[in-house]
Design a protein around this ligand. Structure first.
Ligand code: NAP
Ligand code: MG
Length: 452
């Protein structure tokens, strides 16, 4: 039986192309090929592996327009975002291209000889990618994995396989040897699950829903398989009355509605200090109404459509709470939804507690610093968040108090390839990016050499 999937353009519901999905036997064949390629990839001289990754980065850069266009059409991403995403892949590859030649071990003082450690690659790394940021999330897995000497098998989300398929062609064009970088379009239940159960896949990097993440972690336990999880979020944008309220309000739509809110870092809870509430909401309404939801091909677009009808329906189910105001969205075909600002009744409201993954934000007030921290931490998630204040001491205290992995002060950006990214609590396990990411793709081997 051959499986196929019709890729849909979410901005107009047209069929873009049909992609063949791998079955179990085909998946096993690619994993075997990746395992075979590992034997030679791991032994390539560090400088040569670095050069190949730099070349891969350059080839991605040379195709940024094409890759961005794929993501605009396949995922409804705005042109600005899609270009950033293609560049992020190139930048992440270039950053980790410096790693093969700097993958230092230690020399540890011991009696009777010398003791040294090596950072050894794991083998085949399985990367399971969601549909919300197909290119960057794949890159955060494959760039450090390859740099550390592993080979990769990548399962893109069914909705969004096209950019990963193209990256696999570009990898070959850049000279990455056959079998090192493999993309396997397919179902989560078949290809994704096989990464968990196949003994030659030594590590799984998963980004997606918390529920699937839990089942992946449980499945990996069977082989004590290494796992990194990047899961959901319900992050807070905490705005103190002493902040530059106009600036905080102007940035707040982008902090949650970027990528139509389909972002694990979305600041979908806004906490405003009571005395600043009226002023904030006045500025925020103007900013939301100015947020341009339109054809994602337009350079002016701030937001495109949702990924699917299913996601649209899931997000719509949150719209039964009191609405403060909304933005606008196109009508007609496509999964369009206007940005919507809710005023939930209390902290038990569904919109306050659950990850919505759509252009919906909930606003509540707080009295003081300690209440803000308590409200922000009242969640099983802990991924990102923002703090707006002009008081440096408060910025520090609140940063230390909020239980999340990636915070920003007087800014809403939480992702940089130079710095660690990942979640507290049920938002995930482990960290990606930054100087320590290589540790997640290597084993430490200790060797003692006797002097006698
Ligand atoms: P999902 O089911 O967790 O999918 C993420 C990836 O895992 C996809 O590639 C999916 O493949 C694969 N997968 C699904 N079931 C699997 C299994 N049993 N074993 C191995 N792999 C499996 O997420 P979703 O259904 O696309 O989205 C649902 C919700 O998850 C969203 O509304 C949002 O709340 C959250 N989410 C979070 C993030 C994030 O960045 N943290 C990203 C996406 C979604 P298929 O494409 O074949 O299903
Ligand atoms: Mg799913």
């Amino acid at each position: 039986m051959s499986l196929t999937y019709d890729v849909i353009n979410p901005a107009n519901e047209s069929v873009v192309t049909t992609v063949a999905l791998l079955n179990l036997e085909q998946t096993d064949a690619v994993i075997a090929q990746a395992s075979k390629a590992f034997e030679s990839w791991r032994t390539i001289a560090p400088g040569d592996r670095a050069r190949l990754l730099r070349r891969f980065s350059e080839v991605v850069s040379a195709h940024r327009e094409e890759l961005a266009q794929i993501e605009i059409t396949n995922a409804g991403h705005t042109r600005g975002n899609a270009l950033w995403e293609a560049d992020n892949v190139a930048n992440t590859l270039m950053y980790f291209a410096a790693a093969p030649e700097r993958l230092f071990g230690r020399q540890i003082p011991v009696p009777g000889g010398i003791d040294i450690t090596f950072k050894e690659p794991l083998g085949v790394v399985g990367i399971i990618v969601p549909w919300n940021f197909p290119m960057p999330i794949a890159g955060w897995g494959f760039a450090p994995a390859l740099a550390a000497g592993n080979t990769v098998v990548i399962k893109p989300a069914e909705y969004t396989p096209l950019s990963a398929i193209r990256l696999a062609e570009l990898a070959l064009e850049a000279g990455i040897p056959e079998g090192v970088f493999n993309v396997l379009p397919g179902k989560g239940s078949i290809v994704g699950n096989r990464f968990v159960t196949h003994p030659l896949v030594r590590k799984v990097v998963f980004t997606g829903s918390t529920s699937v993440g839990k089942s992946i972690m449980a499945g990996c336990a069977d082989q004590v398989k290494r796992v990194t999880l990047e899961l959901g979020g319900k992050s807070s944008n905490i705005i103190f009355a002493d902040a530059d309220i106009a600036k905080a309000a102007a940035g707040a739509p982008g902090a949650v509605f970027d990528n139509a809110g389909q972002d694990c870092c979305a600041r979908s809870r806004i906490l405003v200090q009571k005395s600043a509430f009226d002023s904030f909401m006045e500025h925020f309404e103007i900013a939301v109404k100015k947020f341009r939801v339109e054809d994602p091909n337009l350079a002016t677009a701030d937001m495109g459509p949702l990924i699917s009808k299913k996601q649209f329906n899931a997000v719509e189910s949150f719209l039964d709470e009191p609405v403060a105001f909304t933005g606008t969205a196109p009508s007609g075909p496509g999964y369009w939804m206007p940005p919507t600002v809710l005023l939930p009744k209390n902290t038990q409201s569904r919109s306050w507690r659950e990850e919505i993954f759509g252009p919906v934000v909930s606003v509540m007030t707080f009295d003081d610093e300690s209440e803000a921290i308590t409200m922000a931490n009242d969640s099983e998630y802990g991924l990102s968040g923002s703090i707006w204040t002009r008081d440096i001491g408060r910025a520090l205290r609140v940063s230390r108090g909020v239980e999340t992995g990636a915070l920003s002060v007087n800014s809403n950006s939480s992702v940089r390839f130079w710095t660690p990214f990942g979640g507290y609590k049920q938002s995930g396990l482990g960290r990606e990016l930054g100087p320590d990411a290589l540790d997640s793709f290597t084993e430490v081997k200790n060797v003692f050499i006797s002097q006698d």
